[in-house]
Design a protein around this ligand. Sequence first.
Ligand SMILES: Cc1cc2nc3c(=O)[nH]c(=O)nc-3n(C[C@H](O)[C@H](O)[C@H](O)COP(=O)(O)OP(=O)(O)OC[C@H]3O[C@@H](n4cnc5c(N)ncnc54)[C@H](O)[C@@H]3O)c2cc1C
Length: 394
Amino acid sequence: MLNVNKELCTGCGNCEESCPFAAIEIEDGCAVIGESCTLCGACVESCEFEALSLEIEKIVKTDIDAWSGVLVYCEYREGELAPVSTELLGIGRALADQRGVQLSAVLIGHETGDSAEKLVGYGADIVYRVDHEALEVFTDENYCVVLTALIKEHQPEIVLAGATAIGRSFIPGVATTLNAGLTADCTQLEIREEDGALLQTRPAFGGNIMATIVCESSRPQMSTVRPKVMKALDFDMARKGEIVDISPDPESFGNRVKVLETVIGAAAEVNIQEADILVSGGRGLESAKGFELIKKLADTVAAKVSASRAVVDAGWIPYPHQVGQTGKTVAPKLYIACGISGAIQHVAGMQTTETIVAINRDKNATIFDIADYGIVGDLFEVIPKLISKIEERR
Ligand SMILES: Cc1cc2nc3c(=O)[nH]c(=O)nc-3n(C[C@H](O)[C@H](O)[C@H](O)COP(=O)(O)OP(=O)(O)OC[C@H]3O[C@@H](n4cnc5c(N)ncnc54)[C@H](O)[C@@H]3O)c2cc1C
């Protein structure tokens, strides 16, 4: 809570100016705090008269040593494991090995086939398989109950989940129930050597800086990671692990939500994240019609079509095609960027691509800094030539 000492406040307005959230106004010669205050403390530092003070609730220090291990929530939907699950086991394995602890996986659903065995092959030491017909269809309520109960029982120091539609939907509820923090959309996870804390790095301030967040005084440390950011380990059939079947208590399930029907939306149909090759168009296409050329090149190389935000905002192509910080993170084998300048927010979503080809008429375009192959030229001349060369070779 932010307190104003009315006797000390002179109404000088320094705090009003220093507030990044425009949460302070001077009324009748005294600072008044509005609802948009985030308790950042900038005003406290700016006040020469010590009229402002922050009252922070005392943080209850969790017994950190009682929490051990890395736990990954492994998403299972439509009869298969979401690829992000195995990607998270890859980074989870590295973190667990560095900490010298176990890596466990949580699999929630109904009749999940050989998925638990697969999770062992991808690096898990233990798989907690929670199978119940009420869990066949995802609901926030029930998945939150199940995962929270497991975390409370096993007390892992680190919990990882995918920043997918499902993860984004229920993981914040799990964190809130556990009174834990949650760092969303991490791009890097590392262990701090001195004290074993998890360093959770993610873009901040519109992608202009990378912020590293540390959760020093409570457990678990919870992070979500977008698909295609981390790399899965190679599947090892010979790996040994334990599969523990858990029978959930149906009494604990909620009934506030009833799923009547599941409809696959346009976003899922496009699914640029699973493509091996992407041909991506930017503002250099000049209009929506430019995508006809992009589509032609994509068909020639059996690719999917993606785009920059500029052209999505312009309405030339729908949002599910957008690559970048506010779009999808992709990591195909080949990414052909056509008429895309290479803004940091775009690059953040495709920089782990194996091979990047850029076509741009501006030889100084930033996209060439990260491209493996750069073609300087007018895309309306280059792409047709490229298509005919590829067809010729066939
Ligand atoms: C908070 C925030 C989040 C954002 N999130 C995203 C995001 O998720 N994804 C994203 O893409 N952007 C994002 N942006 C926007 C980003 O900053 C850029 O504005 C955007 O990526 C630019 O798109 P572009 O490269 O298509 O267009 P431009 O920057 O306009 O580049 C067009 C390029 O085409 C080239 N060109 C023009 N004509 C031709 C031609 N005939 N032949 C060849 N080359 C040609 C030009 O030389 C230029 O380099 C975000 C911005 C902010 C502030």
